[in-house]
Design a protein around this ligand. Structure first.
Ligand SMILES: O=C(CO)[C@@H](O)[C@H](O)COP(=O)(O)O
Ligand SMILES: [Fe+2]
Length: 228
């Protein structure tokens, strides 16, 4: 499968969200960063804006919840129209129940790990998830520098996915750009969130196509994909 590129609307112009969604026509998913000013020191948008965005675009919504009390809120984002809902492991008291609720309501269930959270304690939970998100910056803001030190965690996660024979996706988010995407793909990521590297250009749709071809090419020669 070709690498998937999910532009992050956080780097778009919030006064023109519908237009900004149309500017990335051809993207696999539209990444929507929900922040509550508690789990992260930033505040963005919530359920009503996700509902409005889902009416404004045919691109499926990939909601990344950076909010406390994720168990309570995650199912509401499925009802608001998200096709994939990611909650943070650090914010969920009952991640298995929450993942099952997301799936039962008809969306893909995904869990995110902050940079300092290891994957190993969650190995047995992987079959409950459709995607695992490894943060490659500290969550809270767009435009930060990619954390190279996350590459070993991406590799270890890909090994666990292969070991268990799972079909789940492995997403990276934070500082993904033309100069970092190949390293992520080689390490085992197959879904790439890009905010400033897409919306910070004159032609966001072209940036999506470029990133996708770079990542797809890097995946084709990656050891993890060859043995797949
Ligand atoms: O979740 C987050 C930040 O917390 C991300 O989705 C950023 O929005 C990505 O932006 P760039 O690092 O690609 O500019
Ligand atoms: Fe995000």
């Amino acid at each position: 499968m070709a690498a998937q590129i999910n532009p992050s609307i956080l780097s778009a112009d919030f006064s023109r969200l519908a237009e900004e969604a149309r500017a990335v026509e051809g993207a696999d998913w539209l990444h929507v960063d929900v922040m509550d000013n508690h789990f992260v020191p930033n505040l963005t948008l919530g359920v009503p804006v996700v509902e409005a965005l889902s009416r404004a675009t045919d691109i499926p919504l990939d909601c990344h919840l950076m909010i406390e009390d994720a168990d309570r809120w995650a199912p509401q984002y499925v009802e608001a129209g998200a096709g994939s809902v990611t909650f943070h492991a650090e914010a969920a008291a009952a991640p298995v129940r929450t993942a099952r609720e997301i799936r039962a309501k008809g969306a893909r269930a995904s869990m995110a790990l902050k940079p300092a959270t290891p994957i190993e304690p969650y190995e047995d939970l992987l079959p409950e998830l459709d995607m695992l998100l490894i943060m490659t910056v500290e969550p809270g803001f767009g435009g930060q520098a990619f954390l190279d030190i996350m590459l070993p965690k991406i590799r270890r996660t890909r090994e666990l996915i292969s070991k268990h024979g799972l079909e789940m996706w492995l997403q990276v988010d934070g500082g993904v750009s033309a100069s970092t995407i190949e390293r992520c793909a080689e390490a085992g990521a197959d879904v790439f969130v890009a905010g400033s590297a897409v919306y910070g250009t004159d032609d966001p749709a072209a940036a999506v196509r470029m990133l996708r071809s770079q990542a797809t090419e890097a995946t084709a020669t990656a050891a993890w994909a060859c043995n797949h």
